[in-house]
Each structure stands twice: as C-alpha cells, then as structure tokens.
Write a protein that binds this ligand. Structure first.
Ligand code: NAP
Length: 321
C-alpha cells in the first residue's frame, strides 16, 4: 500500500505545480486591448506564416488593415493567407515572398513594395530563427545573424521613405530576453561564430541597439520604432537546430517547456500593443515586455555602440547602393 503512496504524491504535487504555473502565466499575460481600427492602413509582418507573426497578422486583419504577409515559402505563406481571410472575412490579405537570408531577396521584396504600395503604416520585423550552428548565407554572413538582424536593418532602411510618406507610422522589431546573455557584445562579434547562443543573443541585442539608434535618426519624422521581447512562447523556433543541442532544444521546447510557455496568440500581444496602442510615440526607441515599456538591458546602454553598429551594418548590407 505505502509502496504506491509516494509516487502518487509526487505526481499530484507535479500536477499542482504545473497547474499553478499555468494559472500564473494566464493571469500575468498582458493583452493589447486598444480598439484601434486599421481600416485604410497597410501593414507588413515578416515571418507571418506561423507562430507569433501569424497571430500578429491575424489581429491586424481583424482590425481591417491591408495585410502583407512577408514569408519565404509560398505554400506555407499561402496557407496562412487563406486561413486569415477565412477567420476574419478581410479579403485584403496578400502574400509576398522574401527570404531574409539573402540581401538580394530583401532588396527585390522592398523594391516591389515601394513600387506597388501607396503607403506603409506598420512594419513588423518578426521573422527570426534560433539555432543554426555556424552555417553561412550566400552573402557570407552567419545565417542567424543575417536572418535576425542584418536583413532587418536592410529591409527597414529600404522601406523608410514609404514609412515617412505615410506618417504617423511605426516599426516594430522583435528582439528577445536572450539579448542579455552570452559573451560580452562587440560589433566584430556579429561576424564570428562563438557558439549558437552567442549568435542568437547578439543578433537580438543588435536589434535593440538598432531600434534606439533608428529612433534618434527618425526624430521629428513621424515614424516611431519599438523593440520587444514577446515572452517565452510555444513555437517551433528551434526547428532548424542541428546536432545534439538541436535535438535537446527541440525536445525541451516541444515536450516540456510547452507546459509553461505562452500560446503564440498570447506571445503576439506585445507586438500588437506596440503597433496599435495610442500615445506611445514618446517612447520611440524603447524596449517593451508584456505590453509595457521596460528599462533597457545594461548591454544596450553602452555609449556610442549604436552608432558603431549602424556604420558596420551600413557597410555589411551595402546600404548606399
Ligand atoms: N518563441 C519564443 O519563445 C521567442 C522568444 C523571444 C523572441 N522570439 C522571436 O519571435 C520571433 C518569431 O518567432 P516564433 O517564436 O514565432 O517562431 P516561428 O514560429 O519559428 O516563426 C518564425 C518565422 O520566421 C520565419 N523565417 C525564418 N527564417 C526566415 C527567412 N530566412 N526568411 C524569411 N522568414 C524566415 C519563419 O518562416 P518558416 O516557417 O518558413 O521557417 C517563421 O515564419 C522571432 O524573431 C524570434 O526570435 C521568440
């Protein structure tokens, strides 16, 4: 009899702990409650075929926006487009292809947008990947660094004139709490492989630094820019991971962390908040978590680092050409 009591107690305690954590997550997750209507507005969401990006695009479509899904895979993007139209009855949802691992593709995408769109009110830079070892792109950069940061830098700059023309407009950049981990940051580290975690962490810190620097450069233009951490969200972000770390992270995320993470819809709320909340323009350049502005990570406050990063990024993406 006693033989069974111990394991039963362990299971019961584990279930209670999981239940309490789940209730805590539900109670502390903030929702973007602003009723802002987006009729007549055009929004772009990169990486919107799945995960946080999908639910962000779905919300914008519900608000009546003309939504451009910027995805790399036609089939997945088209499936997302159909699902959003079906769920919202908003026929103004379009798919355009962009591969953030290629500057050529980013330039072609931006050129098409600039040619075909009269306005751009919100640009959500959401596309990202977590772990790909030291794989390089055909532009010769670390894959996750180019997808997460350098292409975001290029795309944003190429769409700036359209955003300025449509002001008041907003740019939302998806970073991560992991921006504050890894080895200490320096601009030259964006080009060296120092382990998977460093590449991801540095790409996400670069996004925060870029956001702050861009806000300074955009002062008075009517275009504002925000960076954010969406929370720990149940998505397939580690699907490109390889090797032992890859299998470990995938299984950790899929089987265990799922129990404690937010749903992708919950994870989209801070992005949506930054896009539609009224009167946050004064916080341009700031970092948001759980639908509120929070202090910068210490690593993002080093004087001069944002300008240095900007100069390096301009060179890397060949911005002036
Ligand atoms: N999940 C979390 O806990 C968490 C935490 C902090 C920050 N974030 C950030 O949140 C953002 C969204 O991630 P998620 O969790 O929603 O993951 P996800 O479900 O894997 O979504 C990532 C999106 O980015 C796209 N993408 C990846 N590589 C691309 C490329 N080369 N070109 C164009 N699109 C590309 C993916 O397209 P495919 O489907 O074609 O691969 C997908 O649409 C990412 O920036 C991520 O770093 C997530």
């Amino acid at each position: 009899m006693y033989f069974y009591i111990f394991p039963i107690c362990v299971v019961a305690v584990a279930l209670i702990v999981i239940g309490c954590v789940k209730i805590y997550i539900k109670l502390t997750t903030k929702w973007a409650r602003s009723p802002t209507c987006l009729l007549g507005k055009t929004v772009i969401v990169t990486g919107s075929n799945i995960g946080i990006g999908f639910y962000t695009a779905l919300d914008f479509a519900k608000r009546g926006a003309r939504v451009i899904l910027a995805c790399r895979d036609y089939k997945k993007g088209e499936a997302a487009r159909e699902e959003i139209i079906k769920k919202t009855d908003n026929p103004n949802v379009f798919l355009k292809i962009v591969d953030m691992s290629s500057f050529e593709s980013v330039r072609a995408f931006a050129q098409e947008i600039n040619k075909t769109e009269d306005r751009l009110d919100v640009l959500v830079n959401n596309a990202g990947m977590a772990i790909v070892d030291d794989e390089k792109t055909k532009d010769g950069l670390l894959m996750a660094m180019q997808v997460n940061y350098f292409s975001l830098f290029l795309l944003t700059n190429l769409l700036l004139d359209l955003l300025k023309k449509s002001q008041p407009s907003r740019i939302i950049n998806t970073s991560s709490i992991l921006a504050q981990v890894g080895t200490s940051f320096s601009v030259d580290k964006l080009h060296k492989y120092n382990g998977n975690l460093d590449v991801y962490a540095h790409s996400k810190l670069a996004i925060i630094l870029f956001t702050k620097e861009l806000a300074k450069r955009l002062e008075g233009s009517g275009v504002t820019v925000y960076s954010l951490h969406p929370g720990a969200v149940k998505t397939d972000i580690f699907r490109n991971a390889k090797g032992l770390i890859g299998s470990f992270m995938t299984s950790l995320f899929k089987r265990w962390m799922n129990l404690f993470f937010k749903t992708p819809e919950e994870g989209a709320q801070t992005t949506i908040y930054c896009a539609v909340e009224k009167n946050i323009e004064k916080f341009s350049g700031h970092y948001f978590v759980e639908c509120r502005r929070v202090n910068d990570y210490k690593r993002a406050t080093v004087p001069g680092l944002g300008e240095q990063l900007w100069r390096d990024s301009e060179e890397v993406v060949n911005l002036t050409n």
